[in-house]
Write a protein of this length. Structure first.
Length: 157
């Protein structure tokens, strides 16, 4: 990659087998299938997070995360773009894998390897066990979420 071109990773986080909680994974798979991301932008299904993702955060200048949040202050399908720097900056109610992702962020800070992180938080109202489909409200938000991701990428290139 040329030195003047930032390396960007779009990473979907979540558990595909838990309904809306897997919205990040659904998004990563959609972006991979569309294959329309500009040069210098990669996409990754990050699954349920954890330390196995550490190397990806270290490799890229910018990481765009897509994740579900359990937040009763917003309607299901609401999309919020956050720019967390510390683990405490992540939404208070990240879904079932928040400890692993927060631990990764803390480790990156300690190692002084923290990339620029953007988080698209998609609000959900519950985790549905043993369900691979998204609720109507979250499914309806997908096209807008895709537009917002491409819009952010355009500002970063």
């Amino acid at each position: 990659m040329p030195a003047n071109e930032p390396s960007i990773l779009v990473m979907g986080i979540g558990n595909y087998l838990m309904g809306d909680e897997g919205v990040g994974v659904h998004l990563a798979q959609l972006l991979e299938k569309e294959n329309l991301l500009p040069k210098g932008v990669d996409v990754l299904d990050g699954g349920t997070g954890g330390f196995h993702l550490l190397g990806y955060f270290e490799k890229y200048d910018v990481v765009i995360l897509i994740d579900a949040t359990l937040d009763n202050d917003y309607e299901p399908g609401t999309i919020r773009l956050l720019k967390p720097f510390f683990s405490s900056d992540f939404p208070r109610a990240l879904s079932t894998h928040d400890i692993g992702l927060k631990d990764v962020v803390e480790t990156l800070i300690l190692l002084n390897q923290m990339p620029e992180i953007y988080l698209f938080a998609v609000c959900i109202n519950s985790v549905q066990h043993q369900r691979t489909t998204l609720s109507a409200a979250v499914e309806k938000a997908i096209p807008d979420l895709v537009r917002q991701i491409y819009g952010l990428i355009a500002t970063l290139k």
